[in-house]
Design a protein around this ligand. Structure first.
Ligand code: 5SP
Ligand code: FE2
Length: 217
C-alpha cells in the first residue's frame, strides 16, 4: 500500500487549518512537516508551535522531517507537540544513536534521511534502530524543485537492503506525472508538497494521487 504525505511547506499558512483538513478529508494518511533552521539548510520554515496548533484538529500521522543542525536538542519539543514519526539527516551535528534513542524514549517512530549526494549505504548500520528510511529526491531545503532521477538506484538499494516490509519514503519533486517512478523503484511513502498544495484543489490532487497509486499497485 502506498502512503501519501502532503508537505505543508507548500500550503497557504494563512489558511493552514483548512489546508490540513482538505488533505485529511481526501484520504492522505500522513502529514509531512518540514522543519528548516537556516543552518543545516539555507531556508527557515517553522517549528514545534505551528505543529502543535494543527495537532489539535488532525488525526493524520504527523511525519516530522527535521532539516536542522542539532536535532537532539529539539526532539522533546516535537514529541510534546504531537509528532508520530521524527526523521533527521545523516550529516547533522547530533550523535545519531543518541538522537534515535531519544526519539524512541518518547515511544514514537524514528527515521533517518539522506540527501542525494549521500549513499543509501550510510543508512544500513541503523537497520535495527530505525522505522523508516528517507531518500531525498531533491537537496533538502526548498519545495518546488525537480525530482533527481539519479536517486532511483538508491531507492532500489534501500529496498533490497531493508526488505519488503520496511517504510521507504521519497521526498522532493514528486507529482502526478512522475509518482510511478519512486514507486517502481521501491518507495512506499511519497511526499508531495507543490503538487498538492500548489494545485487548484489540494483535495482533488490527493484523490488523484491515491486513486492512481491504487491502480499502479
Ligand atoms: O523536505 C522537503 C524539501 O527540503 C520536501 O518535503 C519538500 O517540501 C517537498 O516539496 P515538493 O518538492 O513536493 O514541492
Ligand atoms: Fe521533507
Amino acid at each position: 500500500m502506498i502512503l501519501l504525505a502532503p508537505s505543508i511547506l507548500s500550503a497557504d499558512f494563512s489558511r493552514l487549518g483548512e489546508e490540513v483538513s482538505a488533505v485529511e478529508a481526501a484520504g492522505a494518511q500522513y502529514l509531512h512537516i518540514d522543519v528548516m533552521d537556516g543552518h543545516f539548510v539555507p531556508n527557515i520554515s517553522f517549528g514545534a508551535p505551528v505543529m502543535k496548533s494543527i495537532r489539535k484538529m488532525s488525526q493524520m500521522v504527523f511525519d516530522v522531517h527535521l532539516m536542522i543542525s542539532d536535532p537532539l536538542r529539539y526532539i522533546d519539543d516535537f514529541a510534546a507537540a504531537g509528532a508520530d514519526i521524527i526523521t533527521f539527516h545523516i550529516g547533522c551535528s547530533s550523535d545519531i544513536d543518541e538522537t534515535l534513542d531519544k526519539i524512541k524514549s518518547h515511544n514514537i517512530k524514528c527515521g533517518l534521511a539522506v540527501n542525494p549526494d549521500i549513499p543509501a549505504e550510510r543508512l544500513f548500520p541503523y537497520r535495527d534502530k530505525i522505522d523508516m528510511a528517507l531518500i531525498m529526491s531533491v537537496f533538502a531545503g526548498f519545495g518546488g524543485q525537480s525530482y533527481i532521477d539519479g536517486v532511483n538506484a538508491k531507492i532500489q538499494a534501500a529496498r533490497t537492503f531493508f526488505g519488503p516490509d520496511f517504510d521507504i519514503e521519497v521526498d522532493g519533486g514528486i507529482n502526478l506525472t512522475n509518482k510511478t517512478v519512486p514507486i517502481a523503484n521501491g518507495a512506499n511513502v511519497l511526499v508531495a508538497g507543490t503538487a498538492i498544495f500548489g494545485a487548484q484543489s489540494p483535495k482533488e490532487a490527493v484523490c488523484s494521487f491515491l486513486n492512481e497509486t491504487e491502480i499502479d499497485n
